[in-house]
Design a protein around this ligand. Sequence first.
Ligand SMILES: [Zn+2]
Ligand SMILES: [Zn+2]
Length: 92
Amino acid sequence: MAAMITAESCAWCGIPQRGHGQRWIVGIGWHGWTAPDKALISLRIRARFRAKGWLPYFCPTSGEVEHPRLGGFTVCCSRPDLHCDPTLVRRP
Ligand SMILES: [Zn+2]
Ligand SMILES: [Zn+2]
């Protein structure tokens, strides 16, 4: 099993502790590596078989990030096709 999301992966962005440093992602802002809690780890394990099921996403329509730690995933708009990876959104 390669590159599984584990306790080494940041609670906010999923990047491993090594090489994380300070990172900015849209909706979350600057953050250091943050250990995921048990609930998030079990969510990640359950989501493993769905492609990136646990990952936060950015909704350009609402301008907000949907994240398991920010109230979970809700149907926020009628354009889910515009949703994207918040770690790829450039800083304004
Ligand atoms: Zn992070
Ligand atoms: Zn949306």
